[in-house]
Ligand binder design. Sequence first.
Ligand code: ATP
Length: 372
Amino acid sequence: MTDQTTGGDVRLTGISKTYGSFTAVHPLDLTVPQGSFFALLGASGCGKTTTLRMIAGLEDPTTGTISLGDRDVTDLPPYKRPVNTVFQSYALFPHMDISENIAFGLRRRGIKSVKKQVDDMLELVQLGDKAHHKPHQLSGGQQQRVAVARALINHPQVLLLDEPLGALDLKLRRQMQLELKRIQTEVGITFVHVTHDQEEAMTMADQVAVMNGGRVEQLGAPADLYENPRTTFVANFLGTSNLIGAEVLETGSDVVVSAGGATLRLPGDRCTDAVRTGGGLLVGVRPEKISLTHADDADTIAGGRNRVTGRIADSSFIGVSTQYVVDSPAGAGLQVYEQNIERDARLVPGAEVVLHWNPAHTFGLDADQDID
Ligand code: ATP
């Protein structure tokens, strides 16, 4: 039997897909490291499912090659690829019990003694007590776990997941995200997961490829993408970014910019190339990185922080944090999330405040980039 954990990386080289004159996926190069949990993330229509289907062999690429380890699988039909797919519509066989559903792939290949493998799979997905239930007696999340077990029992080198949690309600989705991550860690094979939900991708994946308009805009670990987006699309898709138009005053290991009368500093390595060479600039900072201090207390703010003056336009207490909207000369509608604070009676709409944050948490984007 193939050792599942030595299948090698999934490598897409110059892979593209056109339908008539429409290009769903522009030529892309992508390496999915063996044993990683990899997410293809993007809005509807960005080409993520098409990319996944090309890996599965369900769609022929227009150009390019796909390899698993050192094996070129581009021309192999789906059933000859060491790959299995779990779809959103997991379509279990309703007349079979859970054990029989899981055993299906083995039985179809003529394997008779399946009990041990089925029991192992039931244990892996923590459904040992449901072995003889019918699918309709299980919750949506449990049925999805059966679908995962049914795919994994075939010992694929790569498991492809196409929006597998899309049909579940939010709470169940969150539970299943952790569950899928646990299963992936336990079996150690490569998972490639398609989702439009940035929180889902960030929760589960080691590496995320953010797709937009048939292209990968940025690839990286979730925290890197969040903290250091390289395009406005990525910055906005992965949360709230507070983008402020600015002019470059000085470049170097730190970049100094002017924004709405404020002078801000940011690390040179968190700026795109165009910014370092003095192009148009958007400065970004995440809402939870910003602190608010009443303007009367501005002298209590530590030195070296970026500061912008503003006026509270709106505030809402949402339990874990207080969310403020602040208008400032640098930009209207800046978002600030403050956690674990005593609610300061003076930070009410109309209050004059200083927004301040550590320059290290600032990123710089090219304002003139071509975004779809
Ligand atoms: P969703 O989350 O909605 O499934 P997606 O990012 O997975 O979106 P794809 O399904 O990969 O997007 O589709 C990418 C683009 O290619 C879409 O504009 C889609 O309409 C188009 N497309 C997909 N399959 C075909 C096809 N068989 N013929 C023509 N166009 C297609």
